[in-house]
Design a protein around this ligand. Structure first.
Ligand code: ZN
Length: 449
């Protein structure tokens, strides 16, 4: 049996200035992506246009010859070679200043690999589709620094990132290399301090240099870091993704690739479906034929947290530290529930419609408060690890799951304070348990009366 590669996501919390940089980085990547695709169409159509010249034309606001989707193109071998041999020196100035070398070479090698599938003429729309760039490959140009920060080539300051907001083992996997680097810097620092103590003040300059040292991909490689392959560990692929959060605001995140070794999780062996209901009164209620398990809420956060000043790195960090503390209050219970859920062959989870909940829910603060305590992590972590255990995950439309009786399919009521569900035929039952059992049965529309 082979290992499983997972894509683990950590949200970034950049300052205003860092956001501007991330946006330029993304748009430079998008510009490069679309220029390369248009160039491939043009050379496939028999036009003579060096890649370097095409990139400069686009960077200066010009356009490339347009080739329609249905035109048959055949990209010549010489163009494959041009992709493979280009270095970031071929990038026009504005892009060269923004895009890390890693990004440029990775994007071009992805194109070159993709082209290998087309060794005879095919429609331009298939050979070189003009889709938007889904993710910007950064690979070794981005690295975890500690549980709260990443560093990116070309950025002066580290960016606050929620590296802690993953199952514990996966956060550890991301931080393994960061730890190795930190230990090396620490031991070098101790040596220098000993020299200075011994009277060699000349070493102070070296000490200052060390204080500014950021781990570089090259140094990590040279350090001969060997991850423990029997544990989850990070592989070199990492990308920047632009997305929107539950309130519809622009957000950036890093997608890391982690390798999960065979045998890390037991295979799903319980031949039943587990239904999980998320809430605020109780973060999660899971129900199967055999029983129920819950994650109880330990603190009331309906007041929310003050928004950090988006230009202050220190406030963004403090905000992350409080959020981590709130999640950590529930972490043991959440991780236990996730592990238990992954023993089931099938898990039914609520499809969370955050914007809908905010707009139409009785308690508009509820989604934010649930997110603050880590309730969505239950859904995210089970979905993330399901391929490892072989668990099938079904996302269930949660509408009516709280007002439909899981036993008879009849419509019932959830009177205030919402702790009980009352079915006219079957009587009262615990509202969260009733919700979990309804989710366990799947989409209400298919079985309710
Ligand atoms: Zn009933």
């Amino acid at each position: 049996m082979s290992n499983t590669l997972l894509s683990a996501v950590t949200p970034l919390r950049p300052t205003v200035a860092q956001t501007v940089r991330l946006r330029s980085l993304m748009s430079a990547g998008e510009g490069l992506h679309s220029a390369v695709r248009l160039w491939l169409r043009a050379v496939g159509d028999g036009q003579c246009l060096p890649l370097r010249q095409a990139l400069s034309a686009v960077a200066e606001g010009g356009s490339l010859p347009s080739v329609r989707d249905e035109t048959f193109v055949h990209v010549p071998r010489s163009a494959h070679a041009e992709l493979g041999e280009s270095t970031s020196a071929s990038l026009p100035r504005p892009w060269r200043d923004l895009l890390p070398d890693e990004t440029f070479t990775t994007m071009l090698s992805i194109e070159a690999r993709r082209l290998q599938r087309f060794d005879s003429p095919a429609p331009a729309g298939r050979v070189s589709p003009l889709w938007p760039l889904p993710r910007l490959p950064l690979d070794l140009a981005v690295r975890p620094l500690d549980a709260y920060h990443i560093v990116m080539d070309g950025s002066a300051d580290p960016i606050v990132a929620d590296l802690w907001a993953l199952p514990d083992d996966l956060s550890v996997a991301l931080l393994a290399q960061a730890g190795t680097h930190a230990r090396e810097v620490e031991s070098r620092r101790a040596d220098l301090m000993a020299c200075i103590q011994g009277g060699d003040l000349g070493m102070a300059t070296e000490l200052y240099r060390l204080a500014h040292l950021r781990p570089s991909a090259h140094e990590d490689r040279l350090a001969g870091h060997r991850p423990d392959r029997s544990r989850p560990h990070r592989v070199d692929h990492a990308s920047l993704v632009r997305t929107t959060d539950i309130a519809g605001r622009e957000r950036f995140q890093i997608e890391w690739t982690l390798r999960i070794p065979h045998g890390y999780l037991p295979k799903a062996d319980i031949d039943d479906t587990l239904g999980i209901d998320l809430g605020y009164r109780r973060l999660a209620t899971a129900a199967s034929a055999e029983g129920r398990w819950t994650v109880e809420r330990r603190v009331d956060v309906r007041e929310g947290l003050p928004e950090p000043a988006a230009h202050l790195l220190a406030e963004l960090l403090a905000h992350a530290q409080v959020r981590r503390m709130l999640l950590d209050l529930h972490r043991t219970d959440i991780e236990a529930l996730v592990r238990r859920a992954l023993r089931f062959r099938q898990v039914n989870l609520e499809r969370l419609d955050w914007p809908g909940l905010i707009a139409h829910g009785d308690v508009p603060w509820c989604p934010e408060a649930m997110a603050l305590l880590g309730a969505p992590s239950i859904t995210d972590w089970i979905s993330l690890l399901a391929p490892v255990s072989g668990t099938r995950v079904e996302l269930v439309d949660p509408s009516n799951t709280s007002t439909t009786c899981h036993r008879c399919g009849g419509r019932g009521l959830r009177p205030r304070p919402y702790t009980e569900f009352v079915c006219p035929s079957c009587g009262p039952m615990d509202a969260d348990l009733s919700g979990a059992l309804a989710i366990r049965r799947g989409d209400v529309a298919s079985w309710a009366n």
